[in-house]
Design a protein around this ligand. Structure first.
Ligand code: MOS
Length: 734
């Protein structure tokens, strides 16, 4: 979007609090008499703890208690992670002597101050029975096993590939990557008798509450989990991390509130990561560019104890019209902590392979990469055969190409230059499911003309505070500043975790419907009042505008909401509502967001440095509720894509199975100076099927095509096809 358009759009309602430091993040919360926990982490990746000597540490001033597997209380029911299958055993710290990954918490030292805890932790002596770890996916790629249920083969892909006129066969690899959010994982836990209050960095307060209830064997109603602000998560807080359980346990054992905060160095193993993956793609086409076969085989790593699987191959089943498709997904065990969903999980990895392979095919065919995509455009979902509820991808290609100036691209690699830089133009496609989950919300209209909106969702940064406030304000006919949205509290009406780009559609629908219920309730009461101008007026003929209610077309009937309430002797009107979207109707359609990404890179031929100088990101994601927030999300996708394509790489010393760059000095992410021009285009879609709001998720979508788009642009610039991320200078200066 253009800067001028954006200036007219509302900014984040929580923006001022965030930039002035008034927004409180988890590690900043405290209770009286707070004690501090500091983790001791394993220095081996596989084996058992032979002994832990805490004698010296316990003598130190301020030390309250040291918990290890020898004295930690057993959990009531340590199986509570319903997202995972039966064979999967989620990791619980301090439950056994077994070491499953380097950096595993093996003790927690609780002391009066943070410094005392940290110092005493350095004196805990742990000895191990060490076993040789296996952490390199290359060593175990052949030991992969199928994850999830097998998906049907479409047509006869192997035969079709063998007979294809033009073929691409290639292998693509992506290393482990870490979320590296600014806010560290942290928990502050306080027991008040049987009641438990927990500040926890999480993407889902309801999930953490339920997890603690199960593991500690207490009623959900006795637990409050709070997460008012989240300093970035990207999936890293979709599952409870060890600090959550340990802080609650330590607080119960010491009878004091306890805070545990991971240090930056410790964080590398606090949570999971985007798994390392190896993908083999075979694509066959005829000379006119029509695809006749896609075969996509992927393997990614998981831990030794848990079957974590993400969907790398799904995109190859649905993005292009192709009669013969086979996908094969496997996982393989490594002695690392379990991976975790990380921004556009699975899909961005799969898109790197598929969209790179399609680019390779375009050069073989001597067909423009955009033209090739249009030749194989999927008018209906090739996987399910269902129509799309809406799909303006063709328009994304058209508008994006026009804005970018794609028609001026010279097809040959190494054919465009800017002084000493080789210039490359590449493109890719993105898609992300338009998911939806039942959600609850409460809306209260007050006599002072304000509204309070509440739902137990979180805002990990995409702007949910603002987006949901906008939905309520529009429905209620109130200015944005009259609406307050409260979230991040497990006592609020429950909402799903903020993940999978579902929040606007899911919670937004609940809020919109709930606001309408409140309006109807208010007017039902008012219309029964004697001498009410609204008596006998059907609700459809009433509108809420500028904080007032009036009969449509009769502005003289306007009455402020406060006036309506007071004439009825009501201090407020409130309703709580749980959505039951029409999943039956939705199921007749394929529902997804789409986007096209056009990328310009400039590559320094001598030193191999790639600069992403220009990106046009064209997005079709239904109705855009919060234009500035949406623009910011799409920009964020580009920035992340630059990191994934060019920099991000969790380095492991496979001899000892340890992460060697557990910090922001060694783990590279883009900074301001790495970012060029980013333009966003939103192609509107009218979609009444996807959900009542007509909005589709777009947060993760914005990343999906970018790494492939950059790799394709790098090939166009240099003639070097890098199939192994990240595209570091050494790979371009051979
Ligand atoms: Mo999503 S994997 O929580 O960014």
């Amino acid at each position: 979007m253009m800067q001028d358009d954006l200036k007219r759009q509302p900014s984040r309602v929580d923006g001022r609090a965030k930039v002035t430091g008034k927004a409180t993040y988890i590690a900043e919360f405290r209770f009286p008499d707070l004690a501090y926990g500091y983790l001791v982490q394993s220095t081996i990746a596989r084996g058992t703890v032979r002994d832990i000597d805490t004698a010296e540490a316990e003598k130190q001033p301020g030390v309250v208690k040291i918990l290890t597997h020898k004295n930690a209380p057993k959990l009531a029911n340590p199986q509570a992670d319903e997202d995972f299958g039966e064979k999967s055993r989620p990791f619980f710290a301090l439950m056994t002597d077994r070491v499953l990954f380097s950096g595993q918490p093996v003790a927690v030292v609780i002391a009066d101050t943070f410094e005392q805890a940290r110092y005493a932790a350095s004196l805990v002596k742990v000895s191990y029975n060490e076993e040789k770890p296996s952490t390199d996916i290359r060593d175990v790629m052949d030991k992969g096993f199928a994850s999830g249920r097998p998906r049907p083969v479409r047509g006869t892909p192997d035969e079709a590939f063998a007979a294809a006129e033009v073929k691409v066969e290639a292998e693509y690899t992506i290393p482990i990557e870490h979320h590296n959010a600014m806010e560290p994982h942290a928990t502050v836990a306080n027991w008040d008798g049987e009641r438990l209050t927990v500040y926890d960095k999480t993407q889902g307060v309801t999930g953490v509450r339920n997890y603690l209830a199960t593991n500690f064997g207490i009623d959900r109603e006795k637990i409050t989990v709070l997460s008012p602000f989240v300093g970035g998560a990207f999936g890293a807080s979709l599952r409870p991390t060890p600090n959550t359980l340990l802080a609650v346990m330590a607080a119960r054992e010491t009878k004091r509130p306890v805070k545990i905060v991971y240090s930056r160095r410790q964080l590398a193993t606090a949570h999971g990561y985007r798994p390392a993956s190896i993908q083999k793609i075979k694509i066959g086409a005829d000379k006119a560019g029509k695809l006749n076969s896609i075969i996509h085989e992927a393997v990614h790593n998981t831990s030794s104890h848990e079957d974590f699987a993400e969907d790398l191959v799904g995109i190859s089943r649905t993005l292009y019209a192709c009669p013969n498709v086979r996908t094969d997904a496997k996982i393989t065990r490594t002695d690392l902590q379990t991976p975790l969903w990380m921004r556009a999980p699975g899909t961005v990895s799969g898109a790197f392979a598929l969209e790179s392979a399609l680019d390779e095919l375009a050069y073989k065919l001597k067909i423009d990469p955009l033209e090739l995509r249009l030749i194989n455009y999927a008018e209906t979902d090739p996987d399910s055969g269902r129509p799309f509820s809406s799909k303006e991808l063709r328009e994304c290609y058209r508008q994006g190409a026009e804005r970018f100036g794609w028609k001026d691209r010279k097809p040959e690699p190494r054919s465009m230059r800017d002084g000493r830089f080789m210039v490359g133009w590449g493109l890719a496609t993105g898609t992300w499911g338009a998911f939806l989950a039942p959600s609850s919300a409460r809306v209260t209209l007050k006599a002072d003309g304000t509204a309070l909106v509440e739902s137990g969702t979180t805002d990990i940064g995409p702007g949910t505070y603002t987006t949901i406030s906008l939905i309520a304000a529009r429905q209620l006919g109130l200015p944005l500043e009259k609406v307050t949205f409260k979230l991040g509290d497990s006592n609020l009406p429950s909402a799903p975790s903020q993940g999978g780009s579902i929040t606007t559609a899911s919670v937004g629908t609940a809020v919109q419907e709930c606001a309408q219920i409140v309006q109807k309730d208010l007017m039902a009461t008012e219309s029964k009042r004697e001498a009410s101008p609204f008596s006998g007026v059907p609700f459809e003929n009433i509108e809420f505008v500028d904080g007032a209610v009036r009969i449509k077309g009769r502005p003289e009937t306007a009455m402020t909401i406060g006036e309506v309430l007071s004439r009825n002797g009501l201090p407020e009107v409130t309703a709580t509502h749980t959505t039951r979207p029409d999943f039956g109707e939705r199921a007749k359609y394929a529902t997804a967001s789409h986007g096209a990404q056009f990328v310009e890179v400039k590559v320094d031929e001598e030193i191999g440095i790639v600069r992403v100088t220009r990106v046009v990101q064209a997005t079709a994601a239904g109705r855009i509720i919060n234009p500035k927030g949406a623009h910011s999300q799409e920009m964020g996708g580009v920035v992340w894509g630059i990191g994934m394509a060019l920099m991000e790489h969790t380095e492991i010393d496979h001899r000892i199975g340890r992460i060697m760059n557990p910090n922001l000095a060694g783990y590279h992410v883009p900074v301001n100076a790495d970012i060029g021009a980013i333009e966003t285009i939103f192609v509107p879609e009218e979609d009444t099927i996807v959900n009542p709001l007509g909005a589709k998720g777009l947060g993760e979508l914005g990343l999906v095509g970018i790494p492939a788009g950059i790799a394709n642009a790098v090939y166009h610039a240099t003639g070097i096809r890098v199939r192994d991320l990240p595209i570091t200078p050494d790979k371009l200066t051979r």
